[in-house]
Ligand binder design. Structure first.
Ligand SMILES: Cc1cc2nc3c(=O)[nH]c(=O)nc-3n(C[C@H](O)[C@H](O)[C@H](O)COP(=O)(O)O)c2cc1C
Length: 191
């Protein structure tokens, strides 16, 4: 049986354009979906106690602790779809909080003795789905961050952007300004 797609949903609006775009993609992928709705998660406050507790669990190798549920789910996923609107020049803070839970040395990546990250995630690809209200939306502030994480830490080389802005000004404009609907594939360099 097909393994479900991990759908990380950072959309909050009932009429979310980003979610609609993501749903079109999920329909095309035509596989069961396991949704993580970030709005429904009470992320822990990353204070000193929490960080100390998490570090101890990592040093003991207690990766089955529920604190690491999100990280384990992420590292086991086969295909990942992230839906995140462009908010205040980046993505919603809940998505950063999510990554803070997922970035666990020993689950989603490890370091070599030289301090180089090596990915431990099983996913073959990540789709990053986003929409924006304006037309000046540098990819570094959203997709670029996720692509760097995926390729540099998680070991997921195939990272694609599906994006729509509000310009509605056609393909030529889309190419010039990086707006409209684009499909961008980032592959990890193999050296
Ligand atoms: C809190 C908030 C912040 C936003 N910040 C930006 C922004 O910095 N730049 C931009 O182009 N659009 C911005 N927008 C517009 C949204 O990116 C745009 O309407 C998007 O399509 C909303 O996605 P959604 O329908 O999935 O919620 C913002 C919208 C909201 C609600």
């Amino acid at each position: 049986m097909d393994r479900p797609i991990l759908f990380i949903n950072a959309c909050v609006r009932g009429e979310s354009r980003t979610k609609r775009l993501a749903e079109k993609l999920l329909e095309k992928l035509n596989r069961p979906v396991e949704e993580v709705r970030l709005e429904d998660i009470s992320f822990p406050v990353a204070n000193e106690d929490f960080l100390g507790m998490r570090d101890s669990l990592v040093s003991e190798g207690s990766f089955d602790n529920p604190v690491f549920d999100l990280a384990r789910q992420f590292s086991e996923a086969e295909t990942i779809v992230i839906a995140a609107p462009y908010w205040d020049l980046s993505f919603p803070a809940a998505l950063k909080q999510y990554f803070e839970q997922v970035n666990v040395v020993g689950i989603t990546f490890r370091y070599t003795e030289e301090g180089i990250p090596v990915g431990l995630c099983k996913a073959d690809r990540i789709f990053y789905v986003s929409t924006a209200g304006g037309i000046y939306v540098p990819t570094e502030f959203g997709f670029g961050y996720v692509k760097a994480l995926a390729q540099g830490y998680y070991g997921i080389g195939d990272v694609r952007l599906i994006y729509r802005d509000n310009s509605g000004r056609g393909r030529r404009n889309n190419r010039r300004h990086g707006s409209g609907l684009i499909f961008h594939r980032g592959r990890r360099r193999t050296e």
